[in-house]
Design a binder for this molecule. Structure first.
Ligand SMILES: NC(=O)c1ccc[n+]([C@@H]2O[C@H](COP(=O)([O-])OP(=O)(O)OC[C@H]3O[C@@H](n4cnc5c(N)ncnc54)[C@H](O)[C@@H]3O)[C@@H](O)[C@H]2O)c1
Length: 406
């Protein structure tokens, strides 16, 4: 058998994970736990240091626990630069430009470029970052060939294996979710399948790189459109004077209807970003995706209007806002619409104090205490814990406006 075709499980390879954040770190941990030798590479020195000290920089609890496993400590090291290895996993951010909404693949390019000096024949490169369709077979393949003089896939195997983990349930989902394995050819798909089979218990589904890229983004676009429909339903209900929660519950009694919950918008680094990747590659075919983005992006403004209406124009009003994470039961505040609602209110002279019992540094000792004397309590992100705290505060709270009804 050709050296490049040896199943990775037979050679216990060295895995180099480039970008060890929310996505790269859990994967690095899982391979380390499986007994493979793993190097986690990051341009952020504090992350490299954290890995070498067994301490996590992102979520505290969940990944700290994973990192502190002795098997992980023995097999995972942090490094500021890529080292030679057998398989290279790229898990760096893929944002969109703030103004143009065009994909910014600068980090992917930089990460792929950084591994090129250490790539050798027979290596496998996997892009885990969410990327626009045709990026693996286009930009990534061309970059590797140009920088190394090697051919893809004849010399370097290449695949896109997108990630689907849910922050808050990473340890379970990274193992049990089904995973798309989109090789640039069959040998790449096989090598990547062998690599993920070392820890994934869900199905490893072979496909092409472009189908994997497109499917991953369609998953998030589907969530975005579904949420936009729920938000539009809430706006219609407001206009016609009926309760949106009741209308959605009634509609969902239909056996084939499942309208999601409306809220204050869509946050995080994935759902509000990824649909733009499809708009970029197929502008004429993505009218619905663009409309959904517009609807969801307007929700913080509409939520702020509801708060102002509830305050009835009171001058010098003081509001206590509950929830800062980008979604329920999670501590991640990246691109959170709750932050936008708070900013919009503050911009109109309203004093807003924001708390989130799940976000480190944003908790309160007693909700009743922090809400004392406020004109209004608003729920921006309805974590279950907030219900408990409201119940514990009893009748001691000012009026509560729930903008994210459960
Ligand atoms: N967070 C999620 O839940 C999630 C889920 C599925 C897919 N994704 C996708 O995974 C990718 C990574 O997202 P994330 O949430 O892990 O991002 P993150 O910001 O948590 O981590 C990315 C890491 O990459 C590092 N980095 C940036 N450029 C680098 C370079 N050139 N070399 C080495 N390291 C570099 C950053 O310092 C950072 O630590 C994105 O494409 C994202 O859309 C994220």
């Amino acid at each position: 058998m050709d050296a490049a075709r040896v199943p990775v499980r037979d050679v216990l390879p060295h895995i180099v994970v480039v970008g060890v954040g929310y996505v790269g770190l859990p994967a690095a941990v899982m391979w380390a736990k499986a007994g493979l030798s793993v190097t986690g590479v990051d341009i952020d020195p504090s992350i490299v240091e954290g890995i070498n000290n067994g301490r996590h920089h992102v979520t505290g609890g969940e990944l700290d626990r994973m990192l502190s496993d002795p098997a992980v400590r023995d097999h995972l090291v942090g490094s500021a630069t890529p080292v030679a290895g057998d398989a290279f996993i790229v898990a760096v951010p893929t944002p969109v430009d703030y103004l143009t909404k065009r994909p910014d693949l600068g980090a992917v390019e930089a990460a792929v470029r950084s591994i090129c000096p250490v790539l050798t024949r027979g290596n496998l490169v996997v892009i885990e970052s969410t990327i626009p369709p045709l990026t693996t077979s286009g930009l990534v393949k061309e970059l590797i060939e140009r920088e190394t003089g090697l051919k893809v896939p004849e010399d370097i195997l290449l695949a896109h294996c997108p990630e689907r983990i849910l922050p808050g349930a990473i340890e379970h989902e990274i193992v049990h979710n089904d995973r798309l394995i989109g090789g640039i050819d069959d040998a790449s798909t096989q090598a990547a399948t062998d690599l993920y089979a070392t820890f994934v218990k869900g199905a490893l589904i072979p496909t092409s790189a472009t189908a994997a890229e497109t499917a991953k983004i369609m998953e998030n676009a589907s969530r975005d459109v579904g949420i936009a429909l729920a938000n539009e339903c809430a706006l219609i209900c407001e206009k016609v004077g009926v309760d949106a929660s009741e209308v959605i519950a009634l509609a969902n009694r239909h056996p084939r209807v499942n309208i999601l919950s409306p809220g204050i918008g869509v946050g995080g680094h994935c759902i509000p970003v990824d649909p733009w990747f499809l708009v970029d590659v197929a502008p004429a075919e993505t009218r619905l995706l663009r409309a959904a983005r517009v609807v969801n992006d307007e929700m913080p403004k509409r939520a702020a209007t509801r708060v102002r209406t509830a305050l009835n124009g009171k001058r010098g009003a003081r509001v206590v806002a509950l929830g800062a994470a980008y979604k329920r039961e999670c501590d991640d505040v990246r691109e959170a619409p709750a932050r936008d609602v708070v900013r919009l209110l503050q911009a109109t002279g309203i004093t807003v104090e924001q708390y989130d019992p799940l976000v480190p540094g944003m908790g309160y000792a007693s909700l009743a205490e922090v809400a004392k004397g406020a004109d209004l309590v608003i729920i921006l992100v309805h974590h279950a814990r907030i219900d408990d705290d409201i119940a514990a505060a009893g009748g001691d709270l000012p009026p509560v406006l729930d903008l994210d009804p459960r």
